[in-house]
Design a protein around this ligand. Structure first.
Ligand SMILES: Nc1nc2c(ncn2[C@@H]2O[C@H](COP(=O)(O)OP(=O)(O)OP(=O)(O)O)[C@@H](O)[C@H]2O)c(=O)[nH]1
Ligand SMILES: [Mg+2]
Ligand SMILES: [Zn+2]
Length: 346
């Protein structure tokens, strides 16, 4: 058994404990078969819900469905709200950041795909998202790239993942890469103020040393690799920090209670992934160490130091489209959701 499998099992136990706690304490917890609306209805009252629109971030009771649709909608922005969670779990907020074309959406779509293969049961509580995800995943499986993510914040992917009755709800916001260099645009994501964990995509081909060595080969590759012009680094971290300070009511912090999963993408290209270990034996810890070492060798060790100085925890992942175990695309996603959950409980 790999350490990752062990970690996933540990996470499952945490899910179970949490599920029991909620059932015992009552509150909004699910009771019997009509549990799926528990988030919205407690007796005759609708409970408050966080709007999944990154631009909005409103917390309130959803407006009843309009004539045009069946879903409850946010009173402020009319975004469709998710169905209630099976166990009344409140969402944790995870945001995927990184420069344009670094591979954020491809990673996220594949990560959700791996999650759906077990050990969790996966649900999309916002109407239409399951179909949207299937279309993107189907495209990737046939070699079609995903569309660029718009710069204007949209709705998060809302995912529930369950083991039996115990489970967790996550809002995962995929951002358009061009946003990240500009603090003013960052601030449009009002929901950033609620983020518990970040997933930062790092395209190795945006790192000058890697581009210098492999750029000529990568330029003409088919299917196109579309390298980022720069990798997630000091500029993007500084924009994020400015946005956090503004959105969290001007509180300046040396170190934010936010965890960061750094995901090295595109490692299938030119066999770059081989330097991070063997998938049969690699663990999250060994891959983390290998990534830090590799980034240092690429002259990008500053990223590690910067994240450690400003965020409470960071772990580095090396993801490949068909990676398994510690290299699987869902490893950082599960880690980020668990971190966001544990930060919320502190
Ligand atoms: N070979 C390879 N190419 C990838 C991988 N991930 C992304 N790409 C390529 O990179 C391009 C950009 O990927 P996206 O997932 O759209 O990147 P993004 O960061 O979401 O881009 P924006 O939404 O525009 O910021 C795609 O067209 C793919 O060609 C990967 O794991 N391997
Ligand atoms: Mg994208
Ligand atoms: Zn809203």
């Amino acid at each position: 058994m790999t350490a990752f499998a062990g970690r996933a099992r540990g996470a499952g136990r945490a899910f179970e404990r949490e599920g029991q706690g909620r059932r015992e304490s009552g509150g909004r917890a699910a009771q019997g078969g009509s549990a799926s609306m528990a988030w919205f209805f407690t007796g005759r009252e609708r409970a408050k819900v966080l709007c999944p629109n990154g631009l909005c971030g409103h917390v309130g009771r959803g407006a009843p469905p309009g004539a045009e649709g069946r879903a409850h909608v946010c009173r402020k922005c009319r975004q469709a709200l998710p169905r209630g969670s099976r166990n009344g779990a409140e969402p944790v907020v995870v945001m995927v950041v990184g420069t344009h074309w670094c591979g954020k959406t491809s990673w996220l779509v594949r990560g959700i795909g791996r999650l759906s293969e077990g050990p969790y049961e996966l649900e999309f509580p916002i109407e239409g998202q399951a179909e949207a995800w299937r279309a993107l995943k189907g495209g990737l499986d046939c070699g079609r790239p995903v569309p660029a993510t718009p710069a204007v914040p949209g709705a998060a992917w809302c995912i529930d993942f369950f083991k039996g009755k115990a489970g967790r709800r996550a809002y995962v916001h995929d951002t358009g890469g061009s946003d990240e260099g500009d603090a003013a645009v960052c601030m449009r994501y009002r929901i950033r103020g609620r983020v518990g964990a970040l997933v930062a995509g790092v395209d190795p081909f945006g790192i000058p040393a890697v581009w210098k060595k492999h750029g000529p080969a990568v330029k003409d590759m088919r299917p196109a690799v579309r390298p980022s012009r720069e990798a997630f680094g000091a500029t993007q971290v500084s924009s994020l920090l400015q946005a956090l300070e503004t959105l969290r009511k001007g509180r300046r912090r040396e170190r934010w209670e936010i965890s960061v999963a750094v995901v090295l993408t595109k490692l299938d290209v030119l066999g770059l992934g081989r330097s991070f270990g063997d998938c049969a034996t690699a663990t999250v810890e060994s891959v983390d160490l290998a990534c830090r070492k590799q980034l240092e060798q690429w002259g990008y060790g500053n990223l590690e130091r910067l994240l450690e100085a400003r965020f409470c925890r960071s772990v580095f992942f090396a993801c490949q489209p068909t990676g398994a175990g510690a290299f699987s695309a869902d490893a950082p996603l599960v880690w980020a959701v668990e971190e966001a959950e544990s930060i919320r409980k502190r």
